[in-house]
Design a binder for this molecule. Sequence first.
Ligand SMILES: C[S@@+](CC[C@H](N)C(=O)[O-])C[C@H]1O[C@@H](n2cnc3c(N)ncnc32)[C@H](O)[C@@H]1O
Length: 312
Amino acid sequence: MRSTETTTISAPWPPDDRPVAVTRFNGLDIESDGPSCVAQDRVFPLFDDESLLLAAALDPAPDTSVLDVGTGSGILALAAAQRGATVLATDVNPRAIACARHNTDANGFANSIKILHADVYTGLDRGKLDLIVANPPFLPTPPELELLLTSGGGPYGTRIVSPLIADARAMLRDGGRFVCLAVSFGSPGSSVAQQLVESAFSDGDDVRVRDIYGSSISVDRLLDLYARWHSITSWRRMLADHGLTELHYVLIEASKATPLPAPRAVQLPPESTFAGSWDARFRRYEAWFSALDCTVWVPRSRGEADALPHYL
Ligand SMILES: C[S@@+](CC[C@H](N)C(=O)[O-])C[C@H]1O[C@@H](n2cnc3c(N)ncnc32)[C@H](O)[C@@H]1O
């Protein structure tokens, strides 16, 4: 794979001004910023129903070529490399690149993971990848809010998700797969994510958008939360005008020109894992993760986590 620009931007890792969080996952020790860090350039903390969920679910075949877009700490790249894949990991945040390089070296995967500074697919070769995986910034955010690089998805949550999906097919080789988490407006079957992925992939491709929590998140809950800090009147009106009242936390999967293989490329915990109170969910997460030899680290209070997705 041709390399994109070699970054000259650098940042120290470990940082000298912030505490480092260490998460043990599947025998890997992975450093990141801690859950209380809300700096614009934070390295994404490892949350159990996001980075860890996707990392545990990934199952690339050995000797395949994987791209991890927006690698952060490098968790998804490391999970793929552990399974024998060759990985290119990219990010636009120099702190994330430094952290991912540290984690890659410290866990003994420097030979199978290459980490580059790149904006989505800019500068990367097309048609060469077996798997693209991403946990991009997807949170719908008021237009006037300064975005956290890890999370801010713009008013519709599609700032990065949209270009990521639009060019995914061109980046894959035949039979290659695309796997991405997102928060999507709309109802299952006709969500924004579904429309984006259906228009980017072709008739002969296999496309699936799964609702991870199995239930919608009311847009009002999100708006009411933001309203504590910002004036969001115009954004509220804009969403209402488009009839966008529901959000879903989804896993987007698409494969180019061949049906998704069986067993499914991405194994999610049973749907029941996501139902019910946070306490009940937490116990089910623990059971699911313990089978995978992972330490579940729940970074915020369970009450908070139950109220809304954690990445706010
Ligand atoms: C939600 S974090 C996920 C980090 C990691 N993959 C994980 O699952 O823990 C999103 C990452 O995307 C990176 N990012 C944001 N905009 C990007 C862009 N335009 N191109 C590539 N990466 C980007 C952020 O710096 C951040 O590291």
